[in-house]
Design a protein around this ligand. Structure first.
Ligand code: SAH
Ligand code: SF4
Ligand code: F3S
Length: 519
């Protein structure tokens, strides 16, 4: 069948979509670029904020209109929204033919097959959600983890010669056990399950053999990766995915003789055993239990990117407690100081939630203070969005008016902009390696290109103005995830997907300007 798949949400979802695509293609389905050409329309959805869900509701509305007009169309909601909203969504949107949670994606082909058979009238055959099962029997679920098969059976065809295909995600941990009070992820993705290191290394090797040069490891709290060998085995004696050890395990040192692969061990192993990976990165770091062992591996392994995405969420201890984040501001800062001391070139990014339940002006000021104090290259700033099913939704009051959330959001963006500008400026004059990803045409202001022409049009420089010159740029990323714009040479297209040397000649708050330099 012809399938259209649209992805919302985080990198986990992007990876899931890739795996789903590979799985369906291997069964003979073809993918199309426009929903109008499809017989099956799938939305891989995100529930993290209400706004993310609204986008999907509007897509479902459009699909509903097509079905009302008599089109034969299978509409599927997969991913986190399916898991969160589940059967309710199925009832409210009769145009939805199938639903599949992120923990059940291996069953998607069967659900599509059921939905395509007109005689399979029973809609319950078209729903696969983990529900509470994902937590109640977490150990059991991990041991017979069908999802592991989905990752392992990933298509390893030679990658196309473009930048997008040369960069790949590899999951090391599924799910999350932290239960931050605002967050749906532990509810939609289930318990924290760690994949066996051998599977991860093997996957990295096969990706590199296929032509991938950049690998980003994925986990919700990635530094909490820990695999104890000799405990979880499959029936045929292979190592199986394993439920996370819980926070207490990080408070005490590993016992003598413990055969454990920590996150630092895993990074080291991939770096040593997969020399073809030119860039090894990871997201998302959790600001507690991030040991010096990880920082040392990062320092000593030239192909591991010195970049941390380590969200603080708030700069107020009171709110961090209400969010159940498990660290204080001073612990966060202590960690940042260890990072900047051990890895002076490491770039740091984060996420902040404004307007969480009970956030006062003082709490907000404390967050501003944190942003002034930490050399963040960027911060994603989100207005708190209450999510049904979370502790904050049930027990706390969403008492910050939207206008205040918006004002705080804007104030933080402006502040972060000035911090970003400072951080980017420090790179001017330095030489960096850049992974080239994209080409873009930018209209340069007329006076910057042809000053004499600009004068003759009296400053009216719009896109259609003949005095505005399009400038072709090639866009890339440093190992520290800073974006670099370089003048595009004639053969720019063939350079995409390669890593080159550049000298940084200028900076803006979120962009570096570079010139190609000899390696
Ligand atoms: N595991 C990561 C975060 C994953 S969710 C971590 O703990 O850092 C990505 C981001 O979405 C979070 O960092 C948070 O800033 C934001 N977020 C999550 N739930 C939210 C909510 N209910 N309202 C607003 N932002 C939210
Ligand atoms: Fe959500 Fe917290 Fe888990 Fe991150 S650590 S995914 S914010 S519950
Ligand atoms: Fe969204 Fe699910 Fe990712 S809720 S952020 S798609 S884990």
């Amino acid at each position: 069948m012809r399938v259209y798949l649209e992805t919302f949400g985080c990198q986990m979802n992007e990876l899931d979509s890739e795996l789903v695509r590979g799985q369906l293609q291997s069964l003979g389905h073809q993918f199309v670029l426009h929903p109008d050409d499809a017989q099956v329309v799938l939305f891989n959805t995100c529930s993290v904020r209400e706004h993310a869900e609204q986008k999907v509701y509007s897509r479902l509305g459009l699909a509903g209109v097509r079905k009302k007009q008599g089109e034969q169309l299978i509409v599927g909601v997969i991913g986190c929204m399916a898991e969160r909203d589940g059967v309710d969504l199925f009832k409210r949107y009769p145009q939805v033919d199938l639903m599949c949670g992120p923990g059940e994606l291996d069953r998607l082909p069967l659900l599509i097959d059921n939905a395509s058979r007109a005689d399979a009238a029973d809609r319950s055959e078209r729903v696969a959600l983990a529900g509470n099962k994902s937590r109640r029997s977490a150990t059991l679920q991990a041991a017979e983890d069908n999802l592991e098969m989905l990752d392992l059976s990933r298509a390893f065809e030679p990658v196309a010669n473009d930048a997008k295909s040369k960069s790949a995600y590899v999951r090391i941990t599924r799910g999350c056990n932290k239960f931050c009070t605002y967050c749906v992820v532990p509810h939609t993705r289930g318990a924290e399950v760690h994949r066996p290191p051998a599977h991860i290394v093997d996957e990295c090797k096969r990706l590199v053999d296929a032509g991938v040069i950049e690998i980003t490891l994925l986990g919700q709290t990635i530094n909490h990766y820990r695999y104890t060998h000799g405990t979880a085995l499959t029936v045929d004696g292979h190592e199986a995915p394993q439920v996370g050890p819980g926070l207490a395990a990080f408070r005490k040192p590993l016992g003598p003789g413990a055969r454990t692969t920590t996150f630092a061990d895993l990074l080291h192993r991939i770096h040593e055993e997969v020399p073809g990976v030119q860039r090894l990165r990871f997201v998302t770091s959790y600001p507690r239990d991030f040991g010096d062992d990880i920082l040392h591996v990062m320092r000593d392994s030239p192909r591991i990117c010195q970049y941390l995405h380590v969200p603080a969420q708030s700069g107020s201890d009171r709110l961090l407690k209400a969010m159940n984040r498990g660290y204080t501001v001073s612990e966060y800062l202590e960690f940042i100081d260890r990072v900047t001391t051990t890895l002076p070139d490491c770039t740091i990014g984060g996420d902040i939630i404004v307007g969480f339940c009970g956030e006062t002006d003082e709490d907000f000021e404390a967050t501003c203070e944190l942003i002034r104090r930490v050399p963040y290259k960027n911060n994603f700033i989100f207005k708190y969005s209450p999510r049904p099913g979370t502790v904050a939704f049930d027990r706390l009051t969403d008492d910050v008016p939207d206008s205040v959330k918006r004002a705080r959001n804007n104030a933080l963006l402006a502040l972060q902009n000035s911090v970003s500008a400072r951080v980017h400026e420090q790179w001017v004059g330095r030489t960096v390696r850049v992974f080239l990803e994209d080409l873009r045409e930018r209209s340069a202001p007329a006076q910057a290109v042809h000053r004499h022409v600009a004068v003759s049009v009296a400053g009216r420089s719009t896109a259609s103005n003949p005095a505005t010159m399009p400038v072709r740029q090639i866009i890339g990323r440093t190992p520290g995830d800073l974006i670099v714009a370089l003048p595009a040479p004639n053969d720019a297209h063939s350079m995409l997907g390669s890593v080159r040397t550049a000298r940084i000649v200028g900076s803006k708050p979120l962009l570096l300007d570079g010139m190609f330099a000899a390696t």
